[in-house]
Ligand binder design. Structure first.
Ligand SMILES: CC(=O)N[C@H]1[C@@H](OP(=O)(O)OP(=O)(O)OC[C@H]2O[C@@H](n3ccc(=O)[nH]c3=O)[C@H](O)[C@@H]2O)O[C@H](CO)[C@@H](O)[C@@H]1O[C@H](C)C(=O)N[C@@H](C)C(=O)N[C@H](CCC(=O)O)C(=O)O
Ligand SMILES: Nc1ncnc2c1ncn2[C@@H]1O[C@H](COP(=O)(O)OP(=O)(O)OP(=O)(O)O)[C@@H](O)[C@H]1O
Ligand SMILES: N[C@H](CCC[C@H](N)C(=O)O)C(=O)O
Length: 536
């Protein structure tokens, strides 16, 4: 049995209350509290179990089984019909008949559902009220069965999650550790992208995440580094999976249309603390400091102040190779990185602080590189500095453009748009930032989705100085306009899409890559040095 009934009730009433969307009064839950509760209420040994015992997951919950489900030992719970393989249980939260039929055809041996499904040819496990408790249990059981010996680092913040995850991964691999990174760029084990049909979210959907943990166990991974987006946290995509280090980077304007304002946006990100055993915070960020004040968890701080656990010492950011220096718990750590600005120094500090939280020695640190589509330089013989970057918020654009303006001698071009069906408030702000730093601004489209590109562009233009701006809604033409107009010595920043491989317009997903457009243009105009660059 997993829990005694009274303890289930206690947990339900007092702790696991963030399944609902109203998180205005979410208390910080101390990790110790719930692990102790679980430790007291568990009776089983997990060492040699490699599948999920359904009966234990269901005990004390309100449920009903229809049909003859003979085998209660389950290999996988899967919530996407196309991922189902023989013997899996299909979790249907929507009750969609087409997906259920597809799952059965693909070999589902049962359906886990909240509602009774008529004329269903396989057994059903019906959880009319307790599906959220089931998810909490299975996340905790996944940790017990598969993740117990894997240290997990969760990273949240508006900007820099992918970069910090990549830095942590690189630093761990330099220490010969085996690491899995889960984030915007996909799922990577020791640098190799997993070729599995996971969905493309920054924070993986819940059952996809559980599969990755199991995969990591089977492949002897020692560390999982994951990006925790505000939407992912609010959507409970991590359940109550314990996080060894929760990292808080910064807060800025993004996803406000989704969350309905800065307060709920911050609250969603703060849910990461409820899962964490200790937290790492950016001491230079007011919101991060406020989290440290509220929590009883151990806190590791990084930033410029000399009282921090990781002290970031200012460097010369105008040089091509930046020499970053840190004091990590009284020990000096130095690192070099190309073309990367002040903010990437903060991202490195966050990575160092996370590793110090896990007591990982920082010996022989080698060069770190930025992930794909982050200040990615495209070599050419035209004398242009062409950079592709994923800046799609005002703060991110400011971080990039202020870095460029610290060394640029001639014109700074910026080509960007803003996503449709996404935060409208950031559009004018990005226009204002562009005006502050760039000398030539080309406004274009960036995944207009269901909105009219002209409407999005008009909102950006409301923040831009008209004397600097050109408008070209076709992104390919806009990039070519910059490349063909710029002169030797100019810098061109193509912002917003970074690694992305598509343009989403009018409900259509069309293959599109900033990298390809630049490369094709430079190839045709004879300006490219490296013909075999990997595609972003
Ligand atoms: C708007 C939104 O949040 N959508 C999320 C939502 O999609 P949805 O409900 O529309 O999913 P759907 O495709 O209609 O399918 C619903 C369910 O039917 C089932 N299904 C569906 C299709 C099928 O063939 N078979 C099948 O079984 C699955 O159980 C599926 O979960 O649930 C899916 C599963 O959890 C998510 O992948 C999906 O994220 C979409 C792709 C998305 O863009 N989300 C954004 C808002 C998001 O979450 N972004 C953050 C990043 C933010 C940042 O970087 O700052 C993220 O973590 O990714
Ligand atoms: N610490 C930082 N502060 C401000 N801007 C940053 C920081 N780190 C990165 N950026 C900017 O944000 C962009 C996105 O970086 P990154 O992909 O690491 O962030 P992210 O939080 O994972 O983004 P997303 O949530 O959209 O996936 C970068 O291309 C850069 O322009
Ligand atoms: N994770 C972010 C990515 C935005 C990237 C940008 N290219 C856009 O489409 O707005 C989001 O879903 O809002």
């Amino acid at each position: 049995m997993i829990l005694h009934c009274n303890s289930t009730e206690f947990l339900h009433n007092h702790i696991f209350n963030h399944s609902s969307r109203d998180i205005s009064n979410t208390p910080f839950i101390r990790y110790k509290e719930f692990t102790l509760l679980y430790a007291n209420s568990q009776e089983w040994c997990r060492e040699c179990v490699t599948i999920f015992p359904l009966k234990e997951l269901l005990s004390c919950l309100e449920y009903k089984v229809t049909g003859d489900l003979k085998d209660f030992m389950i290999n996988r719970f899967i919530d996407h019909s196309k991922q189902i393989e023989e013997g899996d249980i299909f979790v249907s939260e929507t009750g969609n008949r087409v997906f259920i039929e597809e799952a059965i055809q693909n070999g589902a041996k049962a359906i886990l559902t909240e509602y009774f499904i008529h004329d269903c040819s396989v057994p059903q496990v019906i959880l009319p009220t307790d599906m959220h408790l089931f998810k909490e249990r299975i996340s905790l059981m996944t940790h017990k069965l598969y993740g117990r010996n894997i240290k997990t680092i969760g990273i949240t913040g508006t900007n820099g999650k992918t970069t910090v995850a990549s830095f942590i991964g690189q630093l761990l691999m330099q220490q010969q550790k085996s690491v899995c990174i889960i984030g915007t760029l996909g799922v990577f084990v020791n640098g190799q992208k997993l070729n599995r049909p996971f969905r493309s979210n920054t924070t993986l959907p819940f059952y996809d995440f559980l599969q990755v943990v199991k995969y990591c166990f089977e492949h002897k991974v020692e560390y999982i580094v994951l990006e925790a987006s505000s939407q992912g946290l609010l959507d409970n995509r991590l359940g109550i999976y314990p996080i060894d280090v929760g990292v808080f980077l910064n807060i800025g304007k993004d996803h406000l249309e989704f969350h309905g304002g800065m307060v709920p946006y911050k609250k969603s990100k703060e849910l990461l603390a409820t899962l964490s055993k200790q937290i790492v915070i950016n001491d230079d960020d007011e919101w991060c400091r406020s989290i440290a004040e509220k929590t009883e968890l151990p806190v590791i701080r990084f930033g410029e102040r000399y009282t921090n656990d990781v002290i970031y010492q200012k460097a010369d950011y105008s040089s091509e190779i930046v020499h970053y220096k840190y004091i990590v718990r009284d020990k000096e750590v130095q690192l070099k990185m190309k073309n990367s600005g002040y903010y990437n120094g903060m991202n490195i500090a966050a990575a160092l602080a996370s590793l110090s939280g896990l007591n990982i020695p920082l010996e022989d640190i080698k060069v770190l590189t930025l992930p794909k589509g982050r200040l990615e330089q495209i070599p050419n013989e035209n004398g242009l500095e062409v950079l592709i970057d994923y800046a799609h918020t005002p703060d991110a654009l400011e971080a990039c453009l202020s870095t460029i303006s610290s060394y640029a001698k001639k014109d700074i071009y910026v080509v960007f748009g803003c996503g449709g069906n996404r935060d409208k408030q950031k559009r004018k702000g990005m226009g204002e930032v562009a005006t502050k730093y760039a000398t030539k601004i080309i406004i274009t489209s960036d995944n207009p989705r269901d909105e009219r590109p002209e409407d999005i562009i008009a909102e950006i233009v409301s923040g831009v100085s008209l004397s600097k701006v050109m408008i070209e809604p076709d992104r390919e033409k806009a990039i070519i306009l910059a490349l063909s107009t710029a002169q030797k010595g100019d810098v061109i920043l193509i912002a917003g899409k970074g690694h992305e491989q598509e343009q989403i317009t009018n409900g259509l997903v069309v293959p599109f890559s900033d990298h390809h457009v630049v490369r094709n243009y430079l190839d045709e105009s004879g300006g490219l040095i490296t013909k075999n660059d990997p595609v972003a």
